[in-house]
Design a protein around this ligand. Structure first.
Ligand code: GLA
Length: 748
């Protein structure tokens, strides 16, 4: 890792373990030079190819526009000649849009600064380094500080931008994106994650034609539909081979990630806050911080990219809001949540009955979901009335929590702080607290409105109500939900010329309240959630080590959701539960055991009425909870490899986790659909030590082995990785659809 400035060439060079990134000062412009495999400190300005034609301004200012519209820029601005989409678009009080940034200064220093009010990666002076480049627009006095940070041992570069108005007049920022990468196209393809409710983060891969391809959200949350991540890959990139450029945006609100293929077959990849619905008034001397983008380059396929994101998020993002949070680096309790067990139909007795049965089976925490407050008997009312409903919670919350604790279980609770039901005391008292356009009836979604979290007094009131609840009993977990997107954007508190700030100010309010929770309750495990996984994004990981991945708990649907999610996010962040069958979302019936294998790849827990499920299923829970503890260190800290993908082959799904020291590994194999009369499936493992011998253990009799060696299968790492193992899908243990098995490898 290292950042340097090559004085003579005026090149800034950023090296990570295996990648190099370079930009240069050319005339007064800051231009992009190189991003890819690691290279030496040479004069590589020729990579920009700007001296090939006569259009460089110093040579031919007559055609300056040709240069501006084709050169690779580090932080392109709009309105003065570059017609591609830019990162910065401003508007002056006179209504003019142009802006042109020139190099002023730079500094390189140890450590990684925090972004005030925003989630951001963190590092120490020992393990991180930062480059800050200052650019300025001469006419308006607007200053852009570009920041680049790197961490020891991680192939990622963190970028962000801060704008400061050093001029005399107010400036409106109509677009402020966080990063740009202008590179030559090599017939790259684009990978993004798309979805909808109950089918979040499915992987999409398409060729990149001319023009603009974007994924974005205008819903006020990162959303079910699209995701703040994209990757450029070679046409033949696989999980194991090929070039990958990955971009992840550390933000939970409206975003834009786009790739523009230009007339000259270059690609401009930009990421940041979605300019739609955004405008920020920047008065003299004020500043604005744009959130971070993480860029990862891998020359060895998608798995390497995944490892970089996982390591970065685990070590430098998760629980950044309070690094002394109890669960930052430790195993989380196995929870049972009553949502799919009871929905709104529960009371103290039912919850205690579930807790008692759960305790016998190795479950460690009961989570009381939606319906415990106000007069909430369905999802039509009471959001905002954060007072315990003692008709349901007979004896009060403290009594219930104490009883659950007596059973040996921790206790957790569900809240949805950002929402307000029209049928609530809070709304009757403060109808102007909801986001709405004055005079227009706001659109209802799930029969609720969104509170205007851009207003401090609203955040304060909601926080104090929730804090009172959390302090009233021994509550050790909070599920923070958000069940609708934002529409009808209007705030009763913002001025005419600052209404465009509402979306972002809303996010700042949410982050502020989550920060307060993290400060005041470092012992609490916070799980974010948004109608399932609509706010499963890196921004939220700064506050909570896990996020509910999807309302779809069906084991087979989850294979696809978890494949897309784990492409970027560590396994132990994915809220994953075993639920009852037929599955409530898709009606599918899968073996209880398989549901356990699939949930094992996430946080692991249960979402069912343990007092009512079939006895055979209940009898498996104790073993499953033991399995969780046996493998949880691997799941939380290991390197994750994708061996086969049901999404691609429609037949089976196989993943592998290997401990960092390569001494242990666990492989999960799910046979989704049975096929008659087929030969066994060859799986080639990865990430092992070639020269070491591993003991191969399987919880089922499914491996094709030499008859004489059935008892003890010993194989070298290189054999397991090159010859692989053979899964005999016709074995009785895999008979039928949706069957699975675990294979454990232990180095001798
Ligand atoms: C959302 C969540 C669910 C559950 C319900 C409660 O849909 O994703 O897990 O908490 O809300 O209303």
């Amino acid at each position: 890792m290292g950042i340097s400035y090559l004085e003579k060439e005026q090149i800034f060079k950023i090296d990570t373990m295996n990648s190099s990134y370079a930009c240069a000062i050319v005339e007064d412009f800051l231009m992009h030079v190189y991003y890819g495999r690691k290279i030496s400190d040479d004069d590589i300005r020729y990579c920009m190819r700007i001296y090939e034609n006569p259009f460089t301004p110093a040579l031919n200012n007559r055609d300056r526009g040709v240069f501006l519209d084709s050169a690779p820029f580090e932080y392109p601005t709009e309105g003065v000649g570059d017609y591609r989409n830019g990162c910065l678009r401003i508007r002056t009080m006179e209504g003019h849009e142009g802006c042109s940034l020139s190099y002023v200064d730079h500094r390189i220093y140890k450590g990684k600064p925090k972004l005030e009010g925003l989630p951001s990666t963190y590092g120490s002076e020992e393990d991180s380094e930062t480059l800050e480049i200052v650019l300025k627009d001469a006419l308006t006095g607007l200053v852009a500080k570009l920041s680049y940070s790197v961490f020891d041992g991680i192939d990622a570069i963190i970028r962000s931008v801060s704008l400061v108005n050093e001029g005399d007049n107010t400036i409106f920022l109509d677009t402020v994106l966080s990063s740009c990468l202008d590179i030559d196209n090599k017939d790259y393809e684009l990978i993004t994650l798309h979805g909808g409710w109950a089918r979040e983060r499915h992987i999409d891969r398409v060729p990149i034609g001319y023009g603009v391809h974007e994924v974005s959200s205008v819903r006020g949350e990162s959303s079910h539909q699209m995701h703040p991540f994209m990757a450029l890959v070679d046409q033949n990139t696989t999980y194991t081979d090929g070039n990958v450029y990955g971009f992840s945006f550390v933000y939970s609100g409206n975003f834009l990630s786009s790739v523009e293929r230009s007339q000259q077959n270059t690609l401009r990849c930009i990421c940041g806050i979605n300019p739609k619905g955004f405008s920020w008034k920047l008065n003299k001397a004020e500043s604005f911080n744009a959130p971070e983008v993480v860029m990862v380059y891998s020359s060895c396929g998608l798995d390497e990219m995944t490892h970089s994101f996982h390591d970065l998020f685990r070590d430098h993002l998760i629980c950044g809001a309070n690094r002394s949070n109890k669960y930052k680096d430790s195993s989380r309790p196995i929870l049972i949540n009553n949502w799919e067990a009871t929905y709104f139909d529960f009371d103290t007795d039912k919850l205690i009955a579930i807790a008692k049965e759960a305790a016998k089976n190795g479950i460690e925490m009961l989570v009381m979901d939606d319906g415990w407050f106000g007069n909430r008997s369905s999802d039509n009312m009471a959001l905002g009335d954060w007072f315990v409903n003692e008709d349901k919670i007979k004896g009060g919350l403290k009594y219930l929590v104490d009883e659950v604790n007596k059973c040996g279980l921790k206790f957790g609770i569900w809240v949805e702080p950002e929402m307000i039901s029209p049928d609530s005391d809070l709304y009757r008292e403060h109808p102007d607290w909801a986001i709405a356009i004055p005079g227009r009836e706001a659109t209802l979604l799930r029969n609720q409105y969104v509170l205007d979290f851009s207003r401090k007094e609203i955040v304060d009131e909601i926080y104090s109500r929730i804090k009172r609840i959390l302090q009233s009993a021994n509550i050790e977990y909070v599920k923070w939900d958000m069940n609708r997107g934002l529409t009808d954007i209007g705030s009763y508190a913002l001025k005419n010329d600052t209404q465009g700030e509402l979306f972002h100010r809303y996010m700042l309010g949410v982050y502020e309240m989550q920060q307060r929770l993290a400060d005041d309750f470092p012992g609490i495990l916070l799980e974010n959630c948004s109608g399932g996984g609509a706010r499963f994004d890196p921004g939220m990981f700064y506050y909570s080590p896990q996020i509910w991945c999807s309302d779809d708990t069906d084991a087979i649907e989850r294979l696809i959701i978890q494949e897309g999610t784990s492409l970027v996010y560590p396994l132990a962040t994915m809220g994953a539960h075993v639920s009852d069958c037929p599955n409530h979302t898709v009606g599918r019936v899968t073996p209880f055991e398989t549901r356990g294998y699939v949930a094992l790849a996430g946080t692991f827990g249960y979402e069912l009425d343990i007092t009512k499920i079939p006895e055979d299923d209940r009898n498996m829970i104790l073993d499953q909870t033991k399995m969780y503890h046996k493998y949880n260190d691997l799941v939380r800290n290991g390197d994750y490899y994708r061996i086969t993908s049901y999404r691609e082959n429609h037949l089976n799904d196989c993943t592998q986790i290997v401990s960092k020291d390569k001494s242990r590994s666990v492989v999960t194999y799910i046979k989704v659909l049975s096929r008659p009369n087929c030969r066994s499936v060859n799986i080639k493992l990865r990430g092992l030590d070639s020269n070491k011998v591993y003991k191969v253990l399987c919880d089922k009799n499914i491996l094709s082995v030499n008859k004489t060696e059935e008892d003890m299968l010993l194989l070298h790492g290189d054999t397991l990785m090159n010859a692989g193992l053979f899964i005999n899908e016709s074995s009785p243990d895999l008979y039928g659809d949706f069957k699975g098995a675990l294979i454990e490898l232990v180095q001798l």
